[in-house]
Design a binder for this molecule. Structure first.
Ligand code: SF4
Length: 346
């Protein structure tokens, strides 16, 4: 049996915010990540989806040790990250790299592309000679579809897609084992998105990388992921293999997210049932009792307000956190008067 490279158990990341006035402080705790557990296996892609503000990016930062966790455990190849020293985390960052959302904004405009890609090599491999670094950087640029003669150019001379290729080269140049892709294509034109997603897929297979792919676009996540984790208000709603998530979703939130992906056929798009999410996501300052999704769930019953549903392991190894998951998959989505006010999963 395969062992995971990353094991996360009951991870908690809380922020303290002052919701008081000019005269009086009133501190509250926001549970941005509230008891997340997940595993990532060698050479697999775990997709993470959910609406904006659900805690996806905070989770990503916590996994990299860039955001301190309040509790729980993050084990990377057996080493515990929660509570570890900054020096220890810095050393481990070579093995876990990140690709950011905004390709242009994440590159230093004063540095050439060659310097940007070489920077992590100088940090993690201080004994490498200038010649070795130059060769490695040139090879890396070619691997991501750029030319080695573009080494001396600056980020502003590149398109958004090319800048993201530079970001990918910078992340991969130090031979990481896990790469966290935090919405890597959401700032790019649709025509470029597919190129970058295909590049990441190719590189993953070539280098046998593990990927965590965060996106709000479910069609993108479907294309790259082996398993998908659905988050809502800092918690896991469903964690399942790609086919189950898309063909037999068990959680009402997953169903609503899938239904909100437009079908590129206007006739089928108009004809299909509208399963809209009503209202906005509740404030994380004051999450609902019981199931956090209950204020937008058309299937909620009294038990949903009283009891937090456990993330239950099912016979097929998938997981779901819903009191009614056994009875709901066959039930039609209730008609809504507000169907036109569909909430997109951004
Ligand atoms: S536990 Fe209740 S409120 Fe939550 S998703 Fe299931 S049915 Fe809906």
């Amino acid at each position: 049996m395969r062992s995971p490279v990353l094991e996360v158990r009951d991870l908690q990341v809380h922020f303290r915010v002052d919701a008081g006035s000019f005269f009086r402080h009133d501190y509250h705790s926001i549970r941005a990540v509230d008891g997340i557990s997940l595993d990532v296996y060698p050479a697999e892609t775990l997709g993470i989806v959910g609406e904006s503000g659900c805690g996806k990016s905070t989770l990503a930062r916590a996994l990299l040790g860039l955001q301190r966790a309040r509790g729980g455990s993050i084990k990377w190849l057996g080493d515990e990250f929660v509570g570890a020293s900054e020096e220890f985390l810095r050393k481990k960052r070579r093995e876990i790299q990140i690709i950011f959302q905004d390709p242009s904004g994440s590159l230093d405009p004063r540095m050439t592309v060659g310097e940007i890609v070489a920077e992590p090599l100088k940090t993690f491999f201080p004994s490498m000679s200038k010649m070795q670094i130059r060769e490695r950087v040139s090879g890396m640029l070619q691997m991501v579809g750029l030319r080695s003669d573009q080494l001396n150019r600056y980020p502003h001379e590149f398109s958004g897609g090319q800048c993201q290729r530079v970001g990918i080269a910078r992340a991969l140049v130090v031979n990481p084992r896990l790469v966290v892709c935090d919405e890597p294509v959401s700032a790019l034109d649709v025509s470029i998105q597919a190129q970058i997603v295909n590049l990441l897929k190719d590189l993953q297979q070539k280098l046998q990388l593990s990927l965590i792919f965060i996106a709000h676009d479910l069609s993108v996540v479907r294309h790259v992921s082996d398993r998908v984790l659905v988050m809502y208000l800092g918690r896991v709603m469903e964690l399942a293999d790609r086919e189950s998530i898309y063909h037999a979703p068990r959680h009402p939130y997953t169903r609503a997210l899938i239904e909100s992906v437009p079908i590129p056929d206007p006739v089928r798009e108009r004809a299909r049932a509208r399963r809209s999410l009503q209202g906005d996501m509740p404030s994380p300052l004051n999450p609902p009792s019981g199931c956090v999704f209950r204020t937008r769930c058309p299937f909620a019953i009294d038990r949903c307000a009283a009891e937090v549903p456990e993330l239950e392991m099912l016979e097929d190894g998938n997981r779901v956190a819903c009191h009614r998951h056994r009875e709901l998959p066959g039930e039609p989505w209730p008609e809504s008067d507000e169907a036109d006010e569909e909430v997109s999963p951004t």
